[in-house]
Design a protein around this ligand. Structure first.
Ligand SMILES: *Cc1c(COP(=O)(O)O)cnc(C)c1O
Length: 367
């Protein structure tokens, strides 16, 4: 927390707007629209809820197929199954670690040849790194497949001169406790299509029809963000750019450590068009070239009470999803075997950073 949040939370209490509507909800939505350059936003209880509503708004129903990056967090894919739809998982490319445009096209062509054209793509920007948007958008336009942009980890990142979250037909942010800014838990759905965002607000408040009594002609959800929680979000928006800067400095710090180490690559923007918030800095270790494996590095850090974590386990390798179709090779699987997320919090101080540096350099010099 930055210190700005409590003022907004206090104003919710002072005005007694302790409900899933009020000035902070409206204000947070305006902040997100202004920041991302998208015309309409609805703040919700989670990023997962936002993806779920996006699927409903696009008319995804039982038996429909939805494309999704395999290398992601389960929140990207679970809502497909909530709808009774079928996830079609796609491998990563090795530059950005995000969805591989070639495997994406191969999957679309194969599904079409089976008479099952996918109804949407859930496109993830993992660890804040922009996916190869030009290539992906061109494939989706060719086949007229709408994009749900899962920018849950990528608030503050951009591609060209546009912020991530502005590329999808519908886009999603998350404010869960681990994200670059947090409201303790929360999410947002954004779109330039006003009707869709109005529909999201309607569905998120139990789909209540316009009548004096409680009248319902559609299934609704209790997904709206509370005005207290939205106050935290407004305070966090004030420091977002500062924290992006901090995380980028931490990324530079790790690049310095691993610069001359053969076989250990820090996830890096392929060129100037890509601008990552570097939510988490992650490395990919080629065990043979580096002379050390991921687990050794991780466990040595843990001995000094420094927590690091393997990368996301691909969805096509998860027991609950492994029976669904998957397209691509072994990129995401290999990243899972060899990759490590390093401590990247915006609140890491000089002392902590030098402790981390000392630990890693010790491990590396004793290979
Ligand atoms: C966190 C996250 C989500 C889900 O967001 P919640 O707010 O936790 O529901 C979805 N996709 C990705 C890539 C995430 O990291």
């Amino acid at each position: 927390m930055s210190g700005h949040e409590q003022n907004f939370v206090q104003s919710a209490f002072d005005s007694n707007w302790v409900a899933p509507l009020g000035p902070n909800v409206d204000g947070f939505e305006t902040d997100l629209q202004d920041y991302s350059g998208v015309e309409h936003a609805a703040v919700l209880t989670s990023g997962t809820a936002a993806i779920h509503l996006a699927l409903i708004i696009l008319g995804i129903e039982r038996g429909d197929e939805v494309l999704v990056s395999s290398f992601t967090f389960s929140g990207s894919i679970n809502p497909i199954v909530y709808q009774g739809a079928v996830p079609i998982m796609i491998d990563s490319e090795s530059d950005t670690w995000n969805i591989d445009p070639l495997a994406l096209k191969e999957a679309i062509l194969d599904r079409i040849s089976k008479g099952r054209k996918p109804k949407a793509l859930i496109l993830v920007h993992l660890y804040g790194m922009p996916a190869k948007l030009d290539e992906i958008i061109s494939v989706c336009q060719e086949f007229e497949i709408p994009i749900i942009e899962d920018a849950a980890e990528a608030l503050g990142s951009s591609y060209g001169d546009k912020k991530l979250g502005s590329f999808g037909d519908l886009s999603v942010f998350s404010f869960n406790g681990n994200k670059i800014i947090t409201t303790s838990g929360g999410g947002a759905l954004l779109s330039n299509n006003q009707k869709w965002i109005q529909k999201a607000r309607f569905l998120a408040t139990q789909a209540r029809d316009n009548a004096v009594h409680y009248q319902h002609s559609e299934i609704g959800y209790n997904y709206r963000m509370s005005n207290v929680v939205a106050g935290i979000g407004r305070g966090q928006m004030i420091v977002l750019d500062e924290w992006v800067q901090k995380r980028r400095e931490i990324n530079q710090f790790y690049k310095g450590i691993f610069e001359d180490i053969d076989g250990i690559d820090v996830l890096t923007e392929p060129n100037d068009k890509f601008f990552s918030n570097h939510w988490l800095t992650a490395v990919n270790i080629n065990t043979e070239n580096a002379g050390i494996d991921r687990e050794t590095l991780r466990l040595r850090m843990l001995e000094d009470n420094i927590e690091s974590r393997p990368l996301w386990k691909p969805m096509h390798k998860q027991p609950i999803f492994e029976s669904y179709p998957f397209y691509g090779g072994h990129v995401s699987e290999t990243l899972f075997q060899n990759g490590l997320c390093l401590p990247s919090g915006s609140n890491l101080g000089e002392e902590e950073l030098s402790r981390i540096k000392e630990n890693i350099e010790n491990t590396l010099s004793n290979r």
